[in-house]
Write a protein that binds this ligand. Sequence first.
Ligand code: TYM
Length: 326
Amino acid sequence: MDRKRVFSGLQPTGNVHVGNYLGALRNWVRLQDDYDCIYCIVDLHAMTGDYDVAAFAEERRNAARVLIACGVDPARSLFYYQSEVPQHTELAWILGTMTGVGQLSRMTQYKDKAKGSEARLGLLAYPVLMAADILLYRAHAVPVGDDQKQHLELTRDLAIRFNSRFGDEFPVPDPIIPEHGDRIMSLQNPTAKMSKSDPDEGSRILVLDPPDVIRAKVKRAVTDSGSGVRYDWEEKPGVSNLLEIMSLFSGASIPALEAEYGSSGYGKFKEAVAEAVIVGLAPIRAAYEALDDAAVEASMRRHAAAARDKAEEYQLRVRQRVGLAG
Ligand code: TYM
């Protein structure tokens, strides 16, 4: 029987952090066992604000290497740069003709990012391109963190709208969101999510951070008043975030960690958190060092060619449905 299809993407701006890893990438890697997976460095999505061209080109290449180091396996999954498969943007245009501007302007991420700056069309249209990424390959499931839920809802709406207007073409995709780790918070402000765009480097742990940097960042992490180590997002968001991170890296349950560190004081607890993260990330750092940029780029090219062939077959059907063929 054909395996179900999974699609997901990651923006190459900034460096991959443990929020990306725990919220999404761990699922990307696991799902490769049971699904037909297609993964993308969504470089076009990363162009909606001002950026430095040379740094962007470098981050884009590096993101591919980091993701392979995390376990995205080009021997089992298609993995390429979004911009090298133009069918993504073609489908985005078609879906855009069916998307209300009102619905787009109500998206939380748009409202957050458009704040204070002159809003651009690319930022507003961003979720339509994301819907096109997913629907292009008729994906059934999309592993993401909690912050992408709303964009997935729009994708589902667009699939349903297209199907009822032009005939059944797209499966309505489901998000795959982990029960824990779906929303890793900033180390400096545990009420905001950990983000690539936060100007404070100390707010996030990168998957490639060396051990001494991880120790320093965890040591500086904001904790809460009092000294008890307790999982309680209302009273102790900083400690709860660290408990969650430690539990996900070590495999120990949160109650077990509460029992072990409950009264040990923040200093000792933070040392243990840092060690768990260091041990968890060590294989990724080692895999990253062992990879070769030229080999990664060659794989990305090959996979883009394969993805274009696949995408073109699917797009032929869309063109026929909407009256652009024949
Ligand atoms: P991006 O690049 O911001 O993030 C990549 C993935 O990491 C998850 N994530 C988090 N999970 C838990 N805690 C956090 N603090 C955290 N920060 C980020 C995100 O939810 C995401 O799954 N719009 C998408 C990229 C995209 C996409 C797609 C995703 C474009 N097309 C198609 C799925 C399918 C984004 O900006 O992700």
